[in-house]
Design a protein around this ligand. Structure first.
Ligand SMILES: Nc1nc2c(ncn2[C@@H]2O[C@H](COP(=O)(O)OP(=O)(O)OP(=O)(O)O)[C@@H](O)[C@H]2O)c(=O)[nH]1
Ligand SMILES: [Mg+2]
Length: 530
């Protein structure tokens, strides 16, 4: 084994893939020991590790510390022996992709221990055929151009140039959106459009999507393992920084995917929590979001894995964010208890306000609906106020209340609150309980729907579902179709008739007349009955 140690101290001239005499040394040793021998070589020609396998394969150690350039190739190539002079195996090619190696090289061993054919494969930058790697035809060791600087340079620069342009152009983190579900691809793709909207609202740049409809969901990665390879390659080719899954991941899945891809992994819930965290302004909103985040993360705190394994895990050690993993459970629990206490105090103030309001006997009307439907815009138009409105999801997290006056000195309190979304994370619903409790005081719910959205029916269902979860489904409701300015009049009229809705454009005060009349009617004509 002294000879192995000798090898590990060698330095290979940069630009050379494998000097001839080193190839001879490797194949001779391999042949004597009947084992594969491999070298992990850096771009500078340092031998990072000498690997000794069995007669069929090698075990590759954790390479996560190597990252030549953020988002680029690893900066490491693997050169190893193949005892039966066989071509690169499926596993070799998978490792090439999964580990983002610069190059995968196998040298065939002849029965006399000398090198014969050289097999090579390398990854490809984005291309129209969506090919991940290229496997070169084998060449005899004698024709193998040992000093192949030009060849190596082409591979490096193809990737690195791309990394540089993207890094300088693009300050936002680049997200690859993934959906894996037993539902049809069409349904999944529609849902991914909303995920892209959420990503943009979180100030991320959604760059591409991957959809899979597997026969069964893979328990470890959710995705099938072949698809995981595609994810890694797409992430490399598209220079993604993080993966966002549209489905809820278990803590073990988040961890396993994070390890095998060496990327930050979020699911839809984590993304929504992130948006809420970015938006929370008042102390109450901040406490509520932080509580929801801690409750979501608590079962997801786990140890960093250091195991070594080919393919199925252990490669790398980046979980969904190291700092989070370092927070220990105990501290998270203490923090939750502390925040819950603070929340109690905060909600006392709120409930006092509610009691006071109730004693004033002014009817309360709540504007509710899917996020981005135009709720805040409507409140502003009706009450001439200036609550923040924005074309992003969840621009409002707090409740605003304004007075709305009618003839004969009549008035109502109009409230605008946080928007709803399909599959609203339960942790968030719990955390926002006190904000949402205000909806229980309302005698009328104005359900605003963005009728211009292709998904408006799904939005209506999602909102009704949340009404049920909040136990307010029996409150009197008014369905309002907003943004009719974006549809042609006839189409808008038909939709309103079909659903029994009032059509408005919340941006324009001259379109809300019939809505005001209806509110007046509902509030004061029903008054006696209540
Ligand atoms: N064209 C058109 N755009 C509208 C109309 N009403 C609202 N919008 C736009 O829709 C976007 C969302 O409006 P908001 O009032 O912030 O929606 P919201 O329901 O309060 O949204 P969240 O608070 O994020 O849940 C903004 O860009 C508005 O300008 C409308 O009648 N027509
Ligand atoms: Mg709003």
């Amino acid at each position: 084994m002294a000879r192995l140690e000798q090898i590990s101290r060698r330095k290979i001239p940069p630009g050379e893939i494998l000097p001839h005499e080193l190839a001879v040394l490797l194949t001779t040793l391999s042949s004597e020991t009947k084992r594969q021998i491999g070298l992990l070589i850096s771009r500078e020609g340092e031998i990072y590790a000498v690997l000794i396998g069995d007669n069929r394969e090698l075990l590759i150690p954790d390479l996560s510390q190597f990252r030549a350039i953020k988002r680029g190739l690893r900066g490491i190539r693997l050169v190893h022996t193949h005892l039966k002079n066989e071509p690169l195996s499926e596993d070799d090619l998978t490792d090439l992709a999964m580990l983002r190696l610069d190059l995968m090289v196998a040298v065939g061993v002849l029965p006399n221990g000398l090198p014969d054919l050289v097999y090579m494969a390398h990854l490809l930058p984005p291309n129209q055929e969506e090919k991940i790697y290229q496997v070169d035809p084998p060449v005899s060791i004698h024709q193998f151009d040992a000093s192949s600087t030009a060849f190596l340079e082409t591979i490096y620069t193809a990737f690195d140039a791309q990394v540089r342009t993207i890094t300088t152009q693009d300050k936002k983190e680049r997200a690859l959106l993934i959906s894996v579900s037993l539902q049809s691809k069409v349904i999944q793709e529609e849902s991914l459009e909303e995920l892209a909207e959420l990503a943009r609202s979180a100030n991320l740049n959604p760059i591409d999507t991957i959809v899979q409809r597997p026969h069964d969901l893979h328990p470890k990665f959710l995705l099938g393992s072949g698809k995981i390879k595609e994810v890694i390659m797409k992430a490399l080719q598209m220079q993604a920084d993080l993966l966002i899954f549209n489905q809820t991941l278990t803590s073990l899945q988040t961890k396993a995917i994070g390890e095998v891809t060496e990327m930050k992994v979020l699911d839809r819930t984590a993304l929504i929590l992130d948006i809420f965290a970015q938006r929370a302004v008042t102390r109450e909103a901040q406490v509520q979001v932080e509580l929801a985040q801690l409750r979501y993360r608590l079962p997801r705190l786990h140890e960093r894995s250091t195991s070594m394994s080919r393919l199925t895990g252990g490669i790398g050690g980046r979980g969904p964010g190291e700092t989070r993993l370092e927070v220990d459970r105990r501290r998270a629990q203490d923090k939750i208890a502390h925040l819950e206490k603070e929340m109690k105090t905060l909600s006392q103030g709120r409930s006092q306000r509610r009691t006071k309001r109730a004693s004033q006997r002014i009817p309360i009307i709540s504007i509710v609906g899917y996020t981005n439907a135009g709720k805040s815009t409507l409140l502003n138009t009706l009450t001439k106020s200036d609550v923040k409105t924005e074309n992003i999801l969840f621009s409002t997290l707090d409740t605003s209340t304004r007075r709305l006056y009618f003839a004969q000195g009549r008035e109502v309190l109009l409230t605008d609150t946080v928007g709803f979304i399909e599959a609203l994370p339960p942790d968030l619903l719990d955390a926002f309980q006190s904000t949402l409790d205000e909806l229980k005081d309302a005698s009328l719910l104005i359900h605003v729907v963005d009728i211009h959205s292709a998904q408006f029916e799904m939005h209506i269902h999602a909102v009704h579902d949340i009404f049920n979860r909040l136990d307010i489904e029996k409150t009197s409701q008014l369905l309002v179709f907003n943004k009719i300015d974006l549809l042609d009049k006839e189409h808008a009229d038909n939709l309103c008739k079909r659903y029994g809705a009032i059509g408005i454009s919340a941006l324009r005060a001259d379109t809300v007349g019939s809505l005001l009349l209806e509110i007046e009617k509902r509030v004061w004509q029903n008054k006696g009955k209540q």
